[in-house]
Every structure is written in structure tokens, then in C-alpha cells.
Design a binder for this molecule. Structure first.
Ligand SMILES: [Cu+2]
Length: 118
């Protein structure tokens, strides 16, 4: 009898755990697009997420190939979207790092690059 109950509960727990993982805020898309090459340095980087973000704990940093910060420092958050202004920069590869706290109180992070050049 005990075993039967246990076997009934395990799939339910797995289902709940999976549903929870999907609920975290993950990057939906970005502008400039992930891995894309753009002709000139954009004025800002904007990221769209799958969940509402907590403004106080959600940030973007952008660095050049030498590791220097080229973002203006203050990430703006609005709903499930956030953006940061960029300083000017020449051709090259730029790294975007993001870290967000979503409305479900979970932190997720990630990074990607985009290129400025021909
Ligand atoms: Cu979550």
C-alpha cells in the first residue's frame, strides 16, 4: 500500500518541478540580435524576457573585446523588458551579460555577443 502511494506521488512531483523550471525568466530575444553583426554601434541594447522582471535586481553589462565596460551603467527595466545605453565604440565583438530576478523570485543569468562591423 505504501509503495503504491509513493509511485503515485513521484510523477506528480516531477511534473511540478518541470513546470517550475519553465516558469523562470529566460531571454526571449534581444536587439541587437544574439550573435548578429550590425553596421554601427547601436545606441542601446534591449532584452526581452519571458517573465516580468524585478527592476532592483536586473542588470545588463556590455564589454568590448578588451573587457572594458561600454554600457552607460544604468539598466532600465519595464515589465519583461530591460535596456541599457551604450557609449560609442568601433568595429569588434561585444559581450552582453545579463542577470535578472523575475517576479517568481528566481535569478537567472546568461550572456551573448554581437559584432559591429562590415
Ligand atoms: Cu522561477
Amino acid at each position: 500500500m505504501r509503495f503504491r502511494t509513493l509511485f503515485g506521488i513521484i510523477p506528480l512531483l516531477l511534473l511540478l518541478a518541470t513546470g517550475e523550471a519553465i516558469a523562470h525568466a529566460t531571454l526571449d530575444h534581444a536587439e541587437p540580435r544574439v550573435g548578429n553583426t550590425v553596421a554601427a554601434m547601436p545606441q542601446e541594447v534591449t532584452l526581452w524576457f519571458t517573465q516580468k522582471l524585478e527592476p532592483a535586481f536586473s542588470t545588463i553589462t556590455v564589454t568590448d573585446a578588451a573587457g572594458r565596460r561600454i554600457d552607460a551603467g544604468k539598466t532600465r527595466v519595464s515589465g519583461s523588458q530591460m535596456s541599457v545605453s551604450l557609449r560609442s565604440g568601433g568595429p569588434g565583438t561585444y559581450h552582453v551579460k545579463w542577470r535578472v530576478l523575475s517576479a517568481d523570485t528566481h535569478t537567472t543569468d546568461g550572456n551573448f555577443t554581437f559584432k559591429v562591423g562590415p
